[in-house]
Design a protein around this ligand. Structure first.
Ligand SMILES: NC(=O)c1ccc[n+]([C@@H]2O[C@H](COP(=O)([O-])OP(=O)(O)OC[C@H]3O[C@@H](n4cnc5c(N)ncnc54)[C@H](OP(=O)(O)O)[C@@H]3O)[C@@H](O)[C@H]2O)c1
Length: 264
């Protein structure tokens, strides 16, 4: 990246595929330079795509479930002020909780919560000191419902959705905005990585990640508090708000139970 660049800078995590990839493309198209991160070498090919859209890009390969990984990402900005932080990296883990490997469980929590809020704290402190900045957090409508057969993941997203609103309120009048993007099921590598390709939600038709990212990007630029992408998901969250948790948990079973794909 050119240290003397006058373009604003955006950090996008989880930019190698899916929603994060589309968010990073939007940043590049809208005049931002980029520091992008993911855990696998594919992030370097993704960086070439963003360069092709006119951005100066640094790609960081780091496990953002670890504080060291997040520190390495922050160092890649080389002291350049961060105008936009898109804390998007995250992953799921399907099947029965009691049968999951606890290391895998912990990686979900450490990626979706610990690494995410550590990064937000580091970048957020600098934004508050400068009196400007925009933070977009990828939460999920999954945060509104108990995730039967995806229990830990939904719990992490309930945390993220809640955290986002609280941080936004704390940062009121500081010049720093916090926006929570809450997608519904979206066509990315998410369900394959979560071992959910034998489930109804894994195999059904899902939202386009480019549309979801655009909804989030626009909401962040407006400084909105949250945005649920798509009218069906908006309806689902409105119903979830007035439905008992036990009923929601049974509805989630139908979507995420292993083998539920065959019942389509
Ligand atoms: N797809 C959906 O239905 C859906 C719905 C609501 C919310 N979301 C949320 O949207 C966000 C993006 O997911 P997606 O659907 O776009 O899935 P995706 O295509 O699997 O993308 C996930 C991205 O996060 C990165 N990542 C995951 N764990 C990481 C770690 N420990 N360290 C560094 N990078 C990591 C992945 O990179 P590597 O491959 O290099 O690890 C990848 O770039 C997630 O927070 C997810 O929870 C997704």
């Amino acid at each position: 990246m050119t240290p003397s660049s006058t373009r604003p800078l955006a950090i996008v995590t989880g930019a190698s595929t899916g929603i994060g990839h589309e968010l990073a493309k939007l940043c590049a198209q809208n005049g931002f330079d980029l520091v992008v991160a993911a855990d696998e070498p594919e992030i370097r090919q993704a960086a070439d795509t963003f360069r092709g859209l006119g951005a100066s890009v640094d790609a960081v390969e780091a496990d953002l479930a670890t504080l060291e990984g997040v520190d390495r990402l922050c160092e890649a900005t080389r002291g350049r002020p961060v105008d936009v932080l898109m804390a998007n990296a995250g992953h799921g883990l399907g099947r029965d909780f009691l049968d999951q490997d606890f290391e895998d469980v912990r990686h979900v929590i450490d990626t979706n919560i610990t690494g995410t809020i550590y990064l937000i704290q580091r970048a957020g402190r600098e934004m508050r000191a400068r009196g400007q900045g925009r933070i977009l957090i990828t939460g999920s409508i999954a945060g509104f419902m108990p995730g039967t057969f995806h229990a830990v993941y939904n719990g992490t997203k309930a945390f993220v959705d809640s955290f986002s609103f609280a941080l936004r309120a704390e940062l009121k009048d500081t010049g720093v905005t916090v926006t929570c993007l809450m997608p519904g099921a979206t066509e990315t590598e998410f369900f394959e990585r979560a071992d959910m390709m034998d489930t109804k939600v894994g195999t059904m038709k899902k939202d386009d990640p480019a549309d979801v990212a655009k909804t989030g990007f626009d909401a962040m630029m407006r400084g909105d508090g949250d945005v649920v992408s798509g009218w069906k998901n908006k309806l689902q969250t409105a119903i979830a708000a007035v439905t008992p948790a036990g009923i929601l948990a049974e509805q989630h079973r139908k979507m995420a139970e292993p083998g539920s794909a065959e019942k389509n």
